[in-house]
Design a protein around this ligand. Structure first.
Ligand code: SF4
Length: 471
């Protein structure tokens, strides 16, 4: 799981869906959510469908906390689940997912990963038509777009809704005995399709399939709507597009290393990033140390390429909870020391290459450098396996203001000075593309190069609270 105290880009959400005739699927949805927990820890929810209708339970916090003892209240052979980090709308229960709204076909449950960049406009339209919103998430907007359609079937309603939605959306939905999954035409956020027995399963990441013994079949295609009813799968590309924009930060940071994205194993891609980084920014040093766990794969690659010794010289305490770290700046300050302890015997008197995946605000990196120096490191050379983040993300990652980004204000030398490192090197954009192994035209790299794959929304209408501002 990603560290709650960490200043890195906050991951967005994870979605999961399953349709398996004759089985009670809630326990499998739960296991899927546990595998996707790194994508969001603020709230979790499961909706299932049985002949009796829709069953829904959601709550704040980790899936293990929300579903303790509750799974037996969720019967049925179709289910969807969600773990959330709020990128649009506050972290409150009304915004937890799946969102359920009444529709002409019975209650519709929707879970979503991404950000709709035109959510404020769509919401205003829906409100004019009399919809009363309960929360402030763009997922509720999406659900009402479908539920208020005049089309005869949910398939047709989703197809029309997809034409109206802008931005990033990877969605699972449940209504009237059918599981739906659909994805924006640029395929910004990941969504994969798998098989389990004679059932079908969809998830944000393949690691969720491994967890329940499902087998990967293929990616849900860009712009595709998939429906599963009575065990039969039907897929249709509703919005064909020649362009792809897979989020490059899924490779750098968000996805689990044991996940495969667009046919590439994430750990291997990160390792390749480390090798390219070592080529681009070699360091005269004694050992390579990752910031655990986010920098581990890239640090291995750096060590391989440079021939330097790889050491786990920072030990992470996995049992320090968010409640201890988050309340005030003083505790956040303590956070680095409580979470990461250096192995003095390894670093004392040594020249250390410290590898991490990204720098957002720069405060944490500075503290880790300081921790290593206090442990006796002679030199600390920081290497980052992503290029500088200079632009906000409007597609489901919580870096929605340039003011939060140290690299938007300072150049590399100034950042080096701020974090107190002896040297600082970032992976280049070209090096990143080489390591991922996809063409630049297939990737979204907007937070690195400012080239947004969709119309760029106004900054103040794009962030976490966009719908609260709009109201
Ligand atoms: S702007 Fe950055 S974080 Fe956002 S989708 Fe694009 S690459 Fe991913």
């Amino acid at each position: 799981m990603k560290d709650p105290w960490r200043e890195g880009p906050r991951e967005e959400c994870g979605v999961f869906g399953i349709a398996w005739p004759g089985q009670t699927v809630a326990p499998l949805v739960y296991l899927g959510l546990l595998a996707l927990q790194h994508r969001g820890q603020e709230s979790a929810g499961i909706a299932t469908w049985s002949e009796a209708g829709l069953h829904l339970h959601k709550g704040m916090g980790l899936a293990s906390r929300v579903f303790d003892e509750r799974l037996s209240a969720l019967p049925g052979s179709l289910g969807i689940g969600h773990v959330r980090y709020s990128t649009m709308g506050s972290a409150v229960l009304e915004n937890a997912q799946p969102v359920a709204v009444p529709s002409p076909w019975g209650t519709l449950a929707v879970a979503h990963n991404g950000n709709l960049t035109n959510a404020p406009q769509l919401r205003e339209e829906l409100e004019r038509r009399g919809v009363r919103f309960r929360g402030s998430s763009d997922t509720e907007v999406l659900a009402w777009c479908v539920a208020t359609s005049s089309r005869r079937t949910p398939e047709a309603a989703i197809r029309v809704a997809m034409e109206r939605l802008e931005g990033a959306y990877t969605v699972v939905a449940l209504v009237d005995g059918t599981l739906f999954a659909f994805r924006d035409p640029l395929a910004i956020r990941p969504l994969v399709l798998g098989r389990i027995g004679d059932g079908w399963v969809v998830a944000s990441e393949t690691c969720a399939f491994d967890q329940i013994g499902a087998v990967f079949v293929r990616d849900v295609l860009p712009g595709e709507l998939v429906g599963v009813r009575d065990g039969q799968l039907h897929g249709e590309v509703v919005l064909p597009s020649p362009r792809r924009a897979h989020c490059v930060f899924e490779f750098i940071y968000f996805a689990r290393p044991d996940t495969n994205l667009v046919g590439r194993n994430v750990h291997r891609v990160r390792r390749a990033m480390g090798r390219v980084l070592a080529r681009e920014h070699p360091a005269d040093a004694d050992l390579v140390v990752p910031v655990p766990d986010s920098g581990t794969s890239a640090a291995l690659g750096f060590a391989e390429q440079s021939g330097l010794r790889f050491e786990l010289a920072l030990v992470k305490n996995r049992y320090v909870g968010r409640t201890f770290i988050e309340p005030d700046p003083q505790r956040r300050d303590l956070g680095v020391r409580v979470k990461l302890n250096p192995v003095r015997e390894l670093v004392a008197g040594q020249r250390v290459v410290l590898v991490d995946d990204s720098i957002v605000r720069g405060t944490t990196s500075g503290k880790i450098v300081q921790v290593l120096r206090e442990a006796g490191a002679r030199e600390v050379h920081v290497r980052i396996s992503s290029p500088p983040i200079r632009w906000p993300c409007f597609y489901g990652v919580d870096t929605s203001s340039r003011r939060q980004l140290v690299a938007a204000e300072l150049d590399v030398e100034q950042i080096r000075e701020r974090i107190g490192a002896d040297s600082l090197g970032y992976l280049s954009q070209e090096g990143l593309v080489e390591a991922v192994g996809l063409s630049r035209a297939e990737l979204c790299m907007a937070c690195l190069d400012g080239q947004y794959p969709t119309d760029q929304p106004q900054e103040e209408l794009a962030g976490r609270m966009a719908l609260e501002v709009a109201r």
